[in-house]
Structure formats: structure tokens, C-alpha cells
Design a protein around this ligand. Structure first.
Ligand code: C2E
Ligand code: CA
Ligand code: CA
Ligand code: CA
Length: 279
């Protein structure tokens, strides 16, 4: 009884109260983030594992709110998903990423592609294909410049519907990538059923790839399976040269992570491209 009393007390603690309020505030603020121009995109380079040349960039959402400060997507994306706000926000991301890539193309890097994270909630709505078409048309980008990253765990919910939408998107000419590969459920099953181009090995597998032989075996296995199914294989979360070399030796096609670059605002990315002529 004493314990329960303690818990009850904790339930009404000012600290938790404050947290609940913050959560409610956050939802309110997020609702206006698009109109109030608080969202921005940063870009994480994805490089050819052998040459180090930059092939594409992954768009990562950032939210700077005057009250809350910088909020990272791991915090607000789940909230955006549970409230449905991910749909207008996701539309904004697609539009903006395509417009930014057009600027990059016009500045002279016309082979670069942009990879955009898509939430399962966006896939569930039948508006995604229209949004993608609009974003491509209004930016003037070729569909082959766009890659959509889908998280594996979200694909499993409704495999048949997911497959149909992905097929429709892919018939437009864009690429489909499975994100965080290895962390979801029926991984291998999804590889056979879904129309995809690329596998992204989750960064949790890369973290100890140079120090843990079981980890390395898993990564080698994923690369082999990917290649046998004619997929490109990308490793994310590459933080040092040793990891980069090991992944390249084992045939991984592309790498991304802090070793190559932190996520950069468009202007910094353009500067960096200019200064290094493609890293
Ligand atoms: P993700 O798609 O797996 O993105 C990779 C995350 O790993 C990013 O975190 C990136 O900054 C971070 N990262 C990159 N390189 C390294 C590295 O070398 N080491 C470590 N430890 N981390 C690295 P971020 O930007 O905080 O994004 C977190 C997640 O939020 C993303 O994971 C993605 O699932 C989601 N997200 C981000 N932007 C969007 C978006 O526009 N739409 C949707 N639906 N989800 C998004
Ligand atoms: Ca991603
Ligand atoms: Ca990922
Ligand atoms: Ca992730």
C-alpha cells in the first residue's frame, strides 16, 4: 500500500505534470510548424563505398520552435504519426526536398539523387502517389532522381496494399529503399514480395562491425542476400575509416554516416560540393 501511495504521488508529481503539458504543447506547436516556417531539411551524403564519391543525399527533417528549441525527429515524428500531422508534414518534405535537389542539379551536380523518408501513415493514405507526382512536376526533376525510404516494420502491417502502392510509385520511375533493414520482422519475406531497389543496413549492425565477429557475419550475410536479389546495399551509421574499409572490402555498395559528413543544411552542402568537387 505504501508503494502504491508512492506511485500515486508520483503520478501527480509536478515533474510528470510538466511532461504531460509539454507533450500537449508540443502537439499544438507541431500543428503550426509548417505554416510558421519552422521546419527545415538537412542532408546526409551517401557515398560510393569504393570511390567516396557522393551519389545521393538523405533528407532529414529538423524542427526549430521558438519555445521548444531544436526538436529532433525521433521525438516529434512519432507524435506527427499518432496525430496524423505526418501527412501534411510529409508532403512538405517531399516538395521541399525535390525543390532543393533541383537547385543542386542546376548548380552542376545533376547526377545526385535525393532519398526521402516516408512514414507508414503516408503509405496508408492513397494520396502519396499524387503528392509524389506533384513534387516531381513542380520541381521539374526526373523521377529517377528520387528515392523513397520505407521502414521495414511499417511494411509488414498490410503487405498486399503496401506492395500495390510501391509498385505504382516504382512504375513512375523512382527508387524504393528499405530503411533500417534487419530491425523489423519478416525481413527476408519482404525482400521477395516487395518491389524494391535498395537495402539500408541499420546502423545498430554497423556500430560493432569491426569489433564483433558475429556482427560482421550478419552484415556479410545481408550484403550477400541483397546482391543475390539484385539490390543495392547501403550501410548507415559509418563513423570511422576502419568501418568504411571493412564494408567496402565486403562489397557494400554505398556508405553514409558521420565519418563522411554530418547532416548539412542545403547551403553548407552546396559549399562542400563546391570545395571538394564531390568529396
Ligand atoms: P533514419 O532514417 O534511420 O536516419 C538516420 C539517422 O541516423 C539520422 O538521425 C541521422 O542524423 C543519424 N546518423 C547519420 N549518421 C550517423 C552516424 O554515423 N552515427 C549515428 N549514431 N547516427 C547517424 P535523425 O536525423 O535524428 O533522424 C532520426 C529518424 O527520424 C530517421 O532515422 C527517420 O526514421 C526519421 N525521420 C527523419 N526525417 C524524416 C522525415 O522527413 N520523414 C519521416 N517520416 N521520418 C523522418
Ligand atoms: Ca532513412
Ligand atoms: Ca535508417
Ligand atoms: Ca532509424
Amino acid at each position: 500500500a505504501k508503494e502504491l501511495g508512492k506511485n500515486n504521488f508520483q503520478f501527480f508529481s509536478p515533474e510528470l505534470n510538466e511532461r504531460v503539458h509539454k507533450q500537449l504543447d508540443m502537439e499544438g506547436y507541431l500543428r503550426h510548424a509548417v505554416d510558421r516556417n519552422e521546419l527545415r531539411l538537412e542532408y546526409l551524403p551517401i557515398v560510393n563505398a569504393t570511390t567516396g564519391e557522393i551519389n545521393s543525399i538523405e533528407a532529414l527533417l529538423r524542427w526549430d520552435n521558438p519555445e521548444l528549441g531544436r526538436v529532433f525527429p525521433d521525438v516529434f515524428i512519432p507524435l506527427a504519426e499518432s496525430t496524423g500531422l505526418i501527412v501534411p508534414i510529409g508532403d512538405w518534405v517531399l516538395e521541399t526536398a525535390c525543390q532543393h535537389l533541383k537547385k543542386i542539379h542546376d548548380a552542376g551536380w545533376s547526377n545526385l539523387k535525393v532519398s526521402v523518408n516516408i512514414s507508414g501513415r503516408q503509405l496508408e493514405r492513397n494520396t502519396l502517389v499524387g503528392t509524389v507526382k506533384n513534387a516531381l512536376e513542380s520541381s521539374g526533376l526526373m523521377p529517377s532522381s528520387l528515392i523513397l525510404e520505407i521502414t521495414e516494420s511499417l511494411l509488414m502491417k498490410n503487405m498486399k496494399a503496401t506492395r500495390a502502392i510501391l509498385q505504382e510509385l516504382r512504375s513512375l520511375g523512382l527508387g524504393i529503399s528499405i530503411d533500417d533493414f534487419g530491425t523489423g520482422y519478416s525481413s527476408l519475406n519482404s525482400l521477395m514480395i516487395l518491389p524494391i531497389d535498395t537495402l539500408k543496413i541499420d546502423k545498430s549492425f554497423i556500430l560493432e562491425v569491426t569489433s564483433n565477429s558475429q556482427n560482421l557475419s550478419l552484415v556479410q550475410g545481408i550484403i550477400l542476400i541483397g546482391h543475390n536479389l539484385n539490390l543495392q546495399v547501403v550501410a548507415e551509421g559509418v563513423e570511422n575509416l576502419e568501418q568504411a574499409n571493412l564494408l567496402n572490402t565486403n562489397g557494400c555498395d554505398e556508405l553514409q554516416g558521420y565519418y563522411f559528413s554530418k547532416p548539412l543544411p542545403l547551403e553548407s552542402l552546396l559549399d562542400r560540393l563546391e570545395n571538394t568537387r564531390g568529396f
